[in-house]
Ligand binder design. Structure first.
Ligand code: Q46
Ligand code: ZN
Ligand code: ZN
Length: 318
């Protein structure tokens, strides 16, 4: 297989685009495409301050690398969850995020959950009804809270995450199976700011997971290969496998599923997006925040403290 641009040996063949590229032209193509998506969905400009949520994985570090190469003012935020999983998951991912930032002279904010709130995520989850069995609900809520807080306190214009096409298609698939209209309405490459919450964008939403893995590899980005131990057996992974089977039979199936959805939405199938899919719990059915938490200032559905503040007020602080 030869590179379409120069005829050298291709390192990747993207069947859905009928495009093979070499080691030199592939990362160039990714960066150009990312810029195109940032503009197309009006995500942010070069004058704005961007906060990249970095986990130490291939997607978020590749995203940060792409934004850095494109000349955006992009700082990182790493949230230490205190998850071990028998392989120092949190410590190792933090080390890799710090290494990445140091190599490029980039600024990385670090919020360590056990240090800040006195407990690791798994312990917090064990103590609450939300997290019994699986810490992901507590983890997601905590990460959203911290990301919103840091973006607001440090005056960033936009918060970006490394969700790729496989992530977006899996969420879309799950929500379509349930016709979860509230969530479908909110799934979007970019979401406007709300009181207590910054604008949010997903510049990688049209890149396949394997494209990001290939990008990290050619760019020599060292990332944590293992997923969080709690991701194993999740529904998202199950939906990803189904979508991969479809993709194998019909290259481009995932991309067209996602893009047709965006198009249908633009055509008015659902009301305009208002908030992030993962923020739904903090919002009413209409997608509007009904109240503001008196403690943290972030949006919440019920009057009084938000779920996060209620949870940490019961946490023994250190
Ligand atoms: S980090 Fe947290 Fe994920 Fe691990 S505990 Fe679950 S939500 S799986 S993205
Ligand atoms: Zn080439
Ligand atoms: Zn609160």
């Amino acid at each position: 297989m030869k590179c379409r641009k120069c005829g050298q040996k291709a390192i990747i063949n993207m069947r859905q685009h009928k495009l093979a590229l070499c080691q030199e032209h592939y990362p160039e193509w990714i960066v150009e495409q990312a810029q195109r998506f940032i503009e197309k969905y009006h995500m942010f400009s070069r004058e704005e301050r961007v906060l990249v949520a970095v986990s130490g994985g291939k997607d978020s570090l590749s995203l940060w690398d792409i934004l850095w190469r494109l000349g955006y003012q992009a700082d990182g935020l790493y949230i230490g969850l205190g998850i071990d999983g028998g392989f120092d998951y949190s410590d190792e991912s933090r080390r890799l995020a710090e290494k990445f930032a140091a190599e490029r002279g980039l600024r990385l904010h670090i919020v360590d959950i056990p240090e800040t709130y006195g407990e690791t995520i798994p312990l917090m989850a064990d103590r609450t009804t939300r997290g019994r069995g699986r810490p992901c609900a507590v983890c997601g809520m905590t990460k959203r809270h911290v990301m919103n807080r840091v973006a607001r306190d440090q005056e960033y214009d936009v918060l970006v995450t490394g969700h790729n096409l496989d992530d977006e298609a899996a969420v879309l698939f799950a929500n379509t199976l349930n016709w979860a209209v509230g969530y479908l309405r909110r799934q979007s490459p970019v979401l406007g700011a709300r009181t207590g919450m910054p604008r949010k964008a997903k510049p990688l939403c049209r890149f396949y997971e394997r494209e990001m893995a290939a990008y990290a590899l050619v760019r020599g980005i060292e990332y944590i290969y293992d997923e969080c131990p709690y991701a194993v057996g999740s529904k998202t992974i199950y939906y990803k496998e189904i979508l991969n089977t479809m993709e194998n039979d019909r290259p481009g199936a995932k991309l067209s599923f996602y893009l047709s959805f965006l198009q249908a939405k633009e055509g008015g199938l659902f009301a305009p997006p208002s908030i992030g899919d993962d923020e739904a719990e903090e919002y009413g059915a209409s997608g509007e925040a009904l109240h503001t938490c008196p403690t943290c200032g972030q949006p919440t559905t019920a009057p009084g403290e938000c779920a996060f503040c209620r949870m940490v007020s019961r946490t023994p602080q250190i």
